[in-house]
Design a binder for this molecule. Structure first.
Ligand code: AMP
Length: 216
């Protein structure tokens, strides 16, 4: 089956983790603007240098930069039969452009999965988070340690702490989420697309719920 999905939720809600599960299950790509931006920062492209200043402060990168990324990514062949947007859109302007981009190609969004977790839990999750340099899988210093310290269970690459996962930056990201991204819940509710999912609990149980929601 082909599904065009959006995963919406604050930083630390589990969007990346769940996107990876949905990718396996449905054979559709995870498109994470955060991952694409981090790769550009690492490669020090002009675009990455511009984006880094915003990311380091926990602020959103300007819409035009992110929209260019998505336009290019959605035109790639692997997105033709479905995709999971993880971390995009994050503003109403991005959502408007996305809807135009899709409708120009005779497509639309099937479900907007809105993952909810309270702020105290989000901060605990994010400040203990470790991320794999290779495949992007997340780990946690308290709740989900890798089998070998500092190495990914899946691909063996090194784990690191994201610069923006420090507590102060995380708090700024939560403020950006509340003011710029949370309004998208109402935006997509009006379109009848929002499927709320409680993001608290075992990863596997949440995945099962998501799969049920997508498959209807
Ligand atoms: P994420 O990995 O999704 O938490 O994104 C990390 C950072 O990348 C965010 O805090 C923003 O600075 C930037 N970013 C990712 N996606 C977007 C987006 N759709 N719009 C604006 N900034 C974004």
């Amino acid at each position: 089956m082909s599904y065009n999905l959006i995963l919406l939720g604050p930083p630390g809600a589990g969007k990346g983790t769940q996107a990876k599960v949905l990718t396996e299950r449905f054979g559709i790509p995870q498109i994470s603007t955060g991952d694409i931006l981090r790769a550009a920062v690492k490669d020090q492209t002009p675009f990455g240098v511009r984006a880094k200043a915003f990311m380091d402060q926990g602020a959103l990168v300007p819409d035009d930069l992110v929209i260019d990324i998505i336009r290019e990514r959605l035109s790639m062949a692997d997105s033709a039969h479905g995709f999971i947007l993880d971390g995009f859109p994050r503003t109403v302007a991005q959502a408007d452009v996305l809807s135009k981009m899709l409708s120009d190609n005779g497509k639309s969004i099937d479900h907007v999965i809105s993952i909810t977790v309270d702020n105290d839990e989000l901060i605990q999750r994010v400040i203990g988070r470790l991320t794999c340099k290779g495949c992007g899988r997340g780990y946690h210093l308290k709740f989900d340690l890798p089998a070998v310290e500092g190495k990914c269970n899946v691909c063996g690459a090194d784990l690191y702490q994201r610069d923006d996962d420090k507590e102060e930056t995380m708090r700024a990201r939560l403020v950006a989420y509340a003011s710029q991204t949370a309004p998208l819940i109402e935006y997509y509710t009006k379109l009848g697309l929002v499927r709320p999912v409680d993001g608290l609990g075992a990863i596997q149980e949440i995945s099962n719920t998501l799969i049920r929601v997508v498959e209807g």
